[in-house]
Design a protein around this ligand. Structure first.
Ligand code: ADP
Ligand code: MG
Length: 341
């Protein structure tokens, strides 16, 4: 069992400037697994930009070309869970390692979830070394570049950088059109050109959303027995755009706040007690509490490993200062504007 989705193949993965490097490196790896310098191949980029699809496509193509090779796709969550189960049962850790060390092409998706899991990282380190030494191929995906990954052991990070890291970016307009057309063609539905163009114009940052709009459009037009009209498309796109507006992450807030104060992220998260940096940090905590669903503890741990009491204190301080200090209130207003896009 490879756990591969045959629909996630190269033919269905539309090429564009945004994914050219990753796609062609993926092809090269699929045609010669373990035999290129792209080992590991690390595919990274934001949500819904095709990391999982591309990772599967490599596996699907290897299976096609080399039916005898063992290929395994595993999500990092599942890998962590399997490791936990193996350790609970006495001494299955070795079986776990051996199982993975027998694989010819190992694909591990969303490797950022290893962050903080030191025991699982150790196991993965051992597996990686064995595979790499034996010329086996490793393919990894992550939402961040290796340099930006947090709470991953240095020795693992340095191995992630051995091969090639390729970023997937948001697709340009042409590519979005191609993705939409390919999707509709596969579903066997015809949609007027102007509707396709309208969707491609408005949904820009996430391919999964692009597909979501198509799915809703098909469902609604079938349900209401309506044509695929521009009005129908506008309504659906509107809802999607509104829904995505609410999604702000602690990461994003920290970036916006550091940029506003012209300090770097590391400084914002540092232990320094300099007044303007403390205020920047407190503002990041305050907005994270206000705009995300993260708990105080989780916000604290993401903003320089503080505890929940520190975050609570920050929120109170920001409330107080906003009421008493005009300059500070301006900071709050400016940042609010930047965060409500
Ligand atoms: P990620 O793993 O980066 O979050 P996925 O691989 O799950 O993203 O992609 C989200 C959806 O978008 C999937 O259905 C995938 O098939 C589709 N997709 C992404 N990029 C492309 C592309 N270049 N061509 C066609 N479909 C794509
Ligand atoms: Mg994915």
């Amino acid at each position: 069992e490879s756990n591969l989705n045959p629909n996630y193949c190269f033919e269905n993965f539309m090429e564009g400037e945004s994914n050219r490097l990753g796609r062609s490196a993926g092809m090269a790896v699929a045609n010669k697994p373990g035999g290129t310098s792209f080992n590991p191949l690390m595919i990274y980029g934001g949500v819904g930009l095709g990391k999982t699809h591309l990772a599967h496509a490599i596996g699907v193509q290897v299976k096609d070309k080399y039916p005898d090779k063992t290929v395994l796709y595993v999500s990092t969550e599942k890998f962590i869970q399997q490791y936990g189960d193996a350790v609970l049962k006495n001494n299955n850790r070795n079986d776990f390692l051996h199982f993975y060390q027998m694989i010819d092409v190992l694909i591990v998706d969303d490797i950022q979830f290893l962050s903080g899991k030191t025991k699982t990282q150790d196991a993965f380190f051992q597996i990686f070394n064995e595979l790499h030494q034996n010329g086996k191929q490793v393919i990894l995906t992550s939402d961040k570049a290796p340099v930006d990954m947090q709470d991953i052991e240095q020795r693992l990070l340095s191995r992630f950088k051995w091969g090639l890291s390729a970023e997937l970016q948001a697709p340009d307009y042409e590519t979005r059109i191609n993705i939409l057309k390919n999707r509709l063609y596969r579903d066997g539905v015809e949609v007027p050109e102007e509707v396709i163009e309208f969707i491609a114009k408005h949904i820009k940052t996430n391919v999964r959303e692009l597909e979501g709009v198509v799915t809703s459009l098909i469902a609604q037009s079938a349900f209401n027995k309506k044509e695929f009209s521009l009005t129908l498309a506008k309504g659906i796109v509107d809802k999607f755009v509104k829904n995505t507006k609410k999604e702000v992450s602690v990461d994003y807030i920290q970036k916006v706040v550091s940029k506003y104060f012209e300090i770097d992220l590391a400084t914002l998260q540092s232990k320094t007690r300099k007044r303007h940096i403390v205020q920047a940090r407190q503002l990041a905590m305050y907005f994270s509490k206000k705009l995300t669903k993260s708990s105080l503890a989780s916000i604290g741990s993401q903003i320089g490993k503080r505890d929940h009491a520190t975050v609570l204190h920050a929120c109170k301080t920001v409330d107080n200062l906003t009421a008493t200090d005009k300059q500070f209130k301006k900071y709050v207003d400016d940042i609010s504007k930047k965060l409500s896009f």
